[in-house]
Design a protein around this ligand. Structure first.
Ligand SMILES: [Zn+2]
Length: 68
């Protein structure tokens, strides 16, 4: 379990007073902040799976004709 007052990247303990005034909070250093950003972008731009034609086909289930 990581304490709220430690860097989530490297686990380095942060001084509460320094953390409150730190431009890179909750990270201990700009480097750790960059690492975190990099991890986010890695996940954000990751391509999960190519789209298939059937993904574009609209579902055609018109068995119940509600006019309500
Ligand atoms: Zn760190």
């Amino acid at each position: 379990m990581i304490s709220p007052c430690s860097c989530p990247i490297c686990g380095r303990p942060l001084s509460p007073s320094a953390a409150a005034d730190s431009p890179v909070f909750p990270f201990c250093s700009p480097r750790c902040k960059q690492i975190d950003l990099y991890r986010w972008t890695e996940g954000k731009y990751a391509i999960t799976e190519p789209l298939k034609p059937e993904d574009f086909a609209a579902p055609t289930d018109e068995e119940s004709g509600d006019e309500g």
